[in-house]
Design a protein around this ligand. Structure first.
Ligand SMILES: O=C(O)c1ccccc1NCC(=O)[C@H](O)[C@H](O)COP(=O)(O)O
Length: 210
């Protein structure tokens, strides 16, 4: 059984569906280019709908200090997810600035990408092991793209981690079985079109990961 994060939620009823189904994390995207982006005001409203026991994850891509300060002044986040090209030093600085746990994404496509998980494991509180976006991709994540899960077999890192990238209700059980992932993260796999989540798909995904 793996914990579940549903990322890129934009509606209170979808947050409720995710929580009722048993998701332990919900993600709010603060990246304007994303079809899942929310404004700070929208996020403040959505965060108020998240039940106790479900962690509110704010997803940022190479944020500057001002964006983090402005967001956290209005949105009660529990975890900061960094999904850009933040260096290990920047991850440490964001932890200090925000006082929150930081989850750093690392994109994988081949074995040469694996050492980054060790490097970021020294500074981040959690790791998000995602597919590396294709060259020229508009978004650094949330692309519905998976990677060869066999890269992870038998590996251990210094921090708790989540598996992401192209997961769906159909493939998540096999992904967990193969990788031993203690937690999984999904966005596109519970959508009917980019940025449009579907309650039935959310419920099916959480059930399949359990
Ligand atoms: O979801 C986005 O739109 C997004 C935009 C910019 C950076 C990261 C983004 N998503 C990151 C996530 O945490 C996704 O859940 C993860 O990449 C998995 O996405 P998917 O393959 O679509 O399930």
């Amino acid at each position: 059984m793996a914990q579940v994060k549903i990322c890129g939620l934009r509606r209170p009823d979808h947050i409720a569906a995710a929580a009722e189904a048993g998701a332990r994390y919900v993600g709010l995207v603060f990246f304007p280019k994303s079809p899942r982006a929310v404004s700070i005001g929208e996020a403040a409203d959505l965060a108020a709908h998240v039940p106790v026991g479900v962690a509110r994850v704010g997803l940022f891509v190479d944020p500057d200090d001002a964006l983090l300060d402005e967001t956290l002044a209005r949105v009660p986040l529990d975890i900061v997810q960094l999904h850009g090209s933040e260096s290990p030093d920047r991850v440490a600085a964001v932890k200090t600035l925000t006082g929150l746990p930081v989850m750093k994404s690392v994109g994988l496509s081949d074995p040469a990408d694996l050492p980054a998980l060790t490097d970021y494991g020294l500074v981040a509180d959690m790791l998000l092991v995602d597919a590396k976006p294709s060259r020229g991709a508009e978004l650094p994540g949330g692309n519905g793209l998976s990677f060869d899960w066999r890269l992870l077999v038998g590996r251990k890192w210094l921090r708790p981690w989540m598996l992401a990238g192209g997961l769906t209700a159909q493939n998540v059980a096999e992904a967990i079985r193969l990788t031993g992932a203690p937690a999984v993260d999904v966005s596109s796999g519970v959508e009917i079109e980019p940025g449009v989540k579907d309650e039935a798909l959310i419920r099916a995904f959480v059930a399949a990961a359990a």
